[in-house]
Design a binder for this molecule. Structure first.
Ligand SMILES: *Cc1c(COP(=O)(O)O)cnc(C)c1O
Length: 372
């Protein structure tokens, strides 16, 4: 049997001090949620995002839950989110008993469409969660303006966008709060893990309290509120610190990969287009994303299957939230529907060689040309 080399879609690269720091945790016994790496990782991440507070948590989903709790979001409240996102954005709202209110995305960078937000605001609306999709920042200025006008908070879900920039401001520092994920396929990883960033002192204090079961900071084992155990361990933070020390390298590699794809695929714009990088944006290229044009007769899934047979791991773009049973609505989100149905991600990881990229482009062009 012919064995085809398999090119993975994503995966962590742990080529810095991660091993040394993890071994230090094991040698010293500091493997739980207390320890120097948690503090160092938080401090360094706050510097990286140019904010006062970085609060580490167990994953990127609870990173969204905590600020919603800290803002007092509860039953009867509405939170505006893009329909075109990962399920965690919607679920975190539901964990509070509140309702996510969906908004379509815009045609350019596929992020929440600022022009369609105001029509969804009601007297119950408390805030907006924007998602920097696939590493491309959201056009934040119009959203901040709407939020100010209607007295809403803005959370950036930056789970996919570490190091992306909007008008030279790094994401994580633009809204009232931002959240990050360090799952294994994200830009940097701790296995499972997350981070919250903010400049708001009061909110940071509340979130730290809720993260640690709500224990009174001035009286140990005394609890005035119902909190959660959402802590990150020192072991995870040890990996995270090693990753963060090298984040410029990780981002450079992603840009190298993305630029190689752009160079080789751009001449075939009649077959497919790519999520662009807007003039005001610095993309962090979590995942390079491709849209098939109508000229390609095959279904998206058929092209993906052919690529998989060539040993290339593929991934469909997110299914919009309004298609999922828990959030189902008859569609009034034509842009998200169109993009989601015709798009996929191609391998985007720091270890891809020029040869891998040329092979992936070659197969993609071949299958699409065979289908016109
Ligand atoms: C990955 C991701 C999350 C959740 O992160 P986990 O660490 O997997 O819980 C939230 N939002 C978006 C947009 C994501 O891509």
């Amino acid at each position: 049997m012919k064995t085809v080399k398999r090119i993975p879609l994503a995966g962590p690269v742990l080529n810095g001090n991660e091993r040394e720091y993890v071994l230090d945790c094991i040698d010293t016994g500091w493997i739980s949620a207390n320890g120097k790496y948690v503090n160092q990782f938080e401090q360094k991440f706050a510097e990286f995002c140019n904010v006062k507070h970085a609060i580490s948590v167990a994953n990127g989903t609870v990173a969204l839950h905590l600020p919603l709790l800290a803002y007092g979001v509860g039953p009867g409240d509405e939170i505006i989110i893009p329909t075109f996102t990962y399920i965690a954005t919607a679920n975190a709202v539901k964990y509070c008993g509140a309702d996510p209110v969906l908004v379509d995305c815009e045609e350019n960078a596929w992020n929440i469409d600022p022009q369609k937000i105001e029509e969804k605001i009601t007297s119950k609306t408390k805030g907006i969660i924007v998602v920097h999709l696939y590493g491309h920042p959201v056009d934040m200025d119009p959203i901040l303006e709407i939020a100010k006008k209607h007295n809403l908070f803005v959370i950036e879900d930056a789970a996919e966008a570490h190091g992306a920039e909007y008008k030279n401001n790094v994401v994580g520092s633009i809204g009232d709060v931002a959240t990050f994920s360090f799952f294994g396929n994200k830009i940097i990883s701790t296995g499972e893990g997350g981070m919250i960033t903010t400049n708001n002192d009061e909110l940071a204090t509340k979130m730290r309290l809720l993260r640690g079961q709500g224990m009174d900071p001035n009286k140990r084992y005394w609890f005035n509120v119902i909190g959660y155990n959402y802590r990150m361990t020192n072991l995870q933070a040890a990996v995270g610190l090693g990753q963060l020390e090298n984040i410029d390298w990780h981002l450079d590699q992603r840009r190298r990969v993305a630029n190689a794809y752009i160079e080789q695929l751009a001449p075939y714009s009649s077959l497919f287009t790519m999520q662009p990088e807007m003039p005001w944006a610095k993309h962090s290229y979590w995942m390079v994303s491709i849209l098939l044009t109508d000229k390609v007769k095959a279904k998206r899934d058929e092209i993906m299957e052919l690529m998989e047979k060539d040993g290339i791991e593929m991934r469909p773009l997110f299914y919009p939230m309004h298609h999922m049973p828990p959030y189902f609505e008859e569609s009034t989100y034509p842009v998200a529907d169109r993009i989601s149905a015709r798009g996929f991600n191609i391998p985007t990881n720091a270890t891809l060689t020029d040869e891998d990229i040329a092979y992936i482009c070659n197969r993609l062009i071949h299958h699409c040309q065979n289908s016109i």
